[in-house]
Design a protein around this ligand. Sequence first.
Ligand code: HEM
Length: 206
Amino acid sequence: MALLEKLFKSKVFIWVVLVLPGLWPALPLLRQDPTVAADPAKYLLHHMGFVACVVLAVVLTFTPLRVLFPKAKLALALNRHRRLVGVAAFVYALLHVSFYVIMEGGFGTLVKDVTKPFILCGLTAFTILLALAVTSPHRVLRWMGAINWRRLHRLAYIAAGLAAYHQAAARKIFPMQVLWIFVPLVLLEIARIWRQRTKAGEAKAG
Ligand code: HEM
């Protein structure tokens, strides 16, 4: 456990964990894996979108974990990297959108497709992640004030909901991975709200 804490405290370790999924596609591409080689851009589009969803869901678990396990050093260590992990979710979403633009040969298709709910939700989620990434530095927090900054950053939950819908709607058959990614987050959030309410109730009574 002490080793895990040490690892999760280390910025270098977190950087490595965040960068590795981005390098992963190099393996099937170099091996000329037939399913990937047939359409590498599509493979990269799907891979980066998937990683963006996972990283976004993971970063949103940090606060509930801290609230539910306030004495757990691991939860505290993870919370030190919230901004870095949040920005990584945006970077993967940016790569995903870039592969879409490359595949479609420009922004024309995006403008045409924006009336489709699936694309509109993806674009809205992406815009929120962009706003959160741009406002993530400390000096922007100071400039905005903590209350406004916190209000804006709550939009991350809306982005996660939109991303979950976008991911589910991307395939003809409902992909079970959406549930694996987002259900643990929803359960943790319910537990966090319940914990905060019972604590507030106890404080009022006492
Ligand atoms: C301008 C914004 C976006 C556009 C235009 C876009 C476009 C697309 C397209 C064209 C697909 C593939 C559909 C197919 O295979 O037929 C897709 C799938 C996907 N997108 Fe997006 N997307 C956007 C934003 C996002 C964001 C912000 C996220 C995550 C945070 C995301 C996550 C995903 C995921 C997880 C998939 C499914 C991948 C899979 O099935 O393996 N997308 N997107």
